[in-house]
Write a protein of this length. Structure first.
Length: 403
C-alpha cells in the first residue's frame, strides 16, 4: 500500500508539533494514510516501444498531386483531372462509360457505391423483384392498391380518397359509399345522404326542378338530395341561407351570396374585419386572403377579387413584384426569393461564383482546381494539382513515407 507524501513548509514549532513532526529545519516530509516504508518513490520507466516511437517520430511533408484519390478518376470527356466519382456518377457508375439506364415514366436509376440501383417513381413499385421489367406494379391498381399485394375486392376497387384525393384505398370510408362514376373526373366516393346524382342509392338522380307539381323553387335554390331523399330545397352553389328561414312562410330562400367581403365562403365571415379581402383563387375557391405582409396579384378587384396573394419577400413566382418569377429548378439549382431578390440555391457540388442567376450554378466546386470546395479557393495550378471531392489533392513529397 502506497502512502501519500506531504511536504510541510513551516517553521512554526506549534504547527509541526501538532502534526507530530520534528521542528528541526523549515521543511519536513511525512506520509499520510500508511506507514512510510521507503524514502525514495519508484522512478517511472517508459515502455521500450513507446520510447523508440518518440525517438523516431517525424512529420511527413505533403506536396501537390495530380493523382486521383480512391473512387475518383479522369474519363474521356472530363473537363478537369479527377472530376468523375465512380461511386455516384450515373454516367460513369463503377467505371468510365458505364452509364445507368435512362429515366422512364415509371422508374429511374441512381448510382450508389458504384452500382446502378433502381428507384421507383411515385405510385409505382418493383413488386416482383425483377430488375428487367422495372417498377411493374401500379399502386393505384386493384392488385396493388397503395402497396404490393394489397388486392381489392370487385365491389371495393382502388380509389383516390376524398377530400384531397392524394391517398388511395380499397373502397370508400364512412360516411361515403362507392358508386361507379360515369366519367373519370367524377368522384367515386359519394355521400348518399346529399349527393344529387346518387341520392339514397347509387344512380338515383334528383330532378333539380322538383318534378311535376312541385312548388316553384325559392330564390337561389333548387331541388336536390337531403337526408337521402330527393325533393329537398338546396342552395345553389355560391349561396347560403344565412337567416335560416327555409321551411318557414315567406322564406327568401338562399339570400346570401358567399363571395363578398362580408360573407366570404360562409355566413358572417367578414374579411375586412380581419384585415383581408375575399379572394377567388384558382382551384382553391373563395376565402379571406392576403393578410398583412402579403399583396394581391390578380385580374379583378370586384367582389370577389380574382387572383392570388403573394409575399413579395419570399414568393418565388412573385419575387419583389407580381409576376416576377425566379429561375425554375434544374439539376444544379433551384431559384429562391430572398428579401424580394431572386437568388440560386445550388445543389451540393455546384456554386454560383459569378452571381449571375441566368447561367445557373456554373462552377463544379468538387473538381474545378480554381474553385475547389468553394468560389475562389485555388489549388496549385502551376504544379498541376487536381481537385477531387472539393479538396486539393496531396501526396507525400518525393522520398517521403506517410506516417
Amino acid at each position: 500500500m502506497f502512502a501519500r507524501k506531504v511536504t510541510v513548509v513551516a517553521c512554526s514549532t506549534v504547527a509541526l508539533g501538532l502534526l507530530g513532526v520534528s521542528p528541526a529545519g523549515c521543511a519536513s516530509d511525512m506520509y499520510v494514510g500508511a506507514e512510510n516504508t521507503t524514502t525514495t518513490p519508484p522512478a517511472f520507466e517508459a515502455p521500450p516501444d513507446a520510447a523508440a516511437d518518440v525517438a523516431t517520430r517525424t512529420l511527413t511533408d505533403y506536396c501537390a498531386s495530380n493523382k486521383c484519390p480512391e473512387g475518383w478518376t479522369t474519363c474521356l470527356g472530363s473537363k478537369f483531372l479527377c472530376d468523375v466519382d465512380l461511386r455516384s456518377d450515373p454516367k460513369n457508375c463503377g467505371a468510365c462509360g458505364a452509364a445507368c439506364p435512362m429515366r422512364t415514366s415509371t422508374e429511374s436509376f441512381d448510382c450508389i457505391e458504384g452500382r446502378c440501383v433502381l428507384q421507383c417513381n411515385a405510385e409505382r413499385e418493383d413488386c416482383d423483384g425483377v430488375i428487367d421489367n422495372g417498377c411493374e406494379a401500379d399502386l393505384r391498381s386493384d392488385d396493388h392498391c397503395g402497396s404490393c399485394g394489397n388486392k381489392c375486392a370487385e365491389d371495393a376497387p382502388c380509389i383516390r380518397q376524398p377530400p384531397t384525393n392524394q391517398k388511395v384505398a380499397c373502397g370508400c370510408t364512412a360516411p361515403n359509399s362507392y358508386c361507379k362514376p360515369d366519367f373519370p373526373w367524377q368522384d367515386a366516393c359519394v355521400d348518399l345522404r346529399y349527393a344529387d346524382n346518387n341520392c339514397g342509392a347509387c344512380g338515383n338522380v334528383c330532378d333539380p326542378t322538383g318534378g311535376f307539381g312541385a312548388p316553384p323553387a325559392l330564390p337561389n335554390t333548387q331541388y336536390g338530395c337531403g337526408d337521402g331523399e330527393c325533393g329537398k330545397f338546396k342552395c345553389m352553389e355560391g349561396y347560403a341561407d344565412c337567416n335560416m328561414d327555409i321551411g318557414q312562410p315567406n322564406s327568401d330562400g338562399c339570400e346570401t351570396r358567399l363571395s363578398t367581403h362580408d360573407n366570404c365562403g360562409q355566413c358572417g365571415d367578414n374579411c375586412h374585419a380581419r384585415g383581408m379581402n375575399c379572394v377567388l383563387e384558382l382551384f382553391k375557391g373563395v376565402a379571406c386572403r392576403c393578410p398583412a405582409g402579403e399583396n394581391f396579384c390578380g385580374i379583378s378587384f370586384t367582389e370577389p377579387f380574382i387572383g392570388m396573394c403573394a409575399n413579395f419577400a419570399t414568393d418565388e413566382q412573385n419575387c419583389g413584384a407580381c409576376g416576377r418569377a425566379c429561375p425554375g429548378r434544374t439539376t444544379r439549382s433551384k431559384g429562391v426569393c430572398e428579401y424580394g431578390e431572386c437568388k440560386l440555391e445550388c445543389a451540393e457540388r455546384w456554386a454560383d461564383c459569378n452571381g449571375n442567376v441566368n447561367d445557373d450554378c456554373e462552377v463544379d466546386i468538387y473538381s474545378d482546381p480554381q474553385n475547389c470546395g468553394g468560389c475562389g479557393i485555388a489549388c496549385d495550378i502551376a504544379a498541376g494539382q487536381a481537385c477531387a471531392g472539393g479538396r486539393c489533392v496531396v501526396e507525400p513529397c518525393s522520398g517521403e513515407v506517410a506516417r
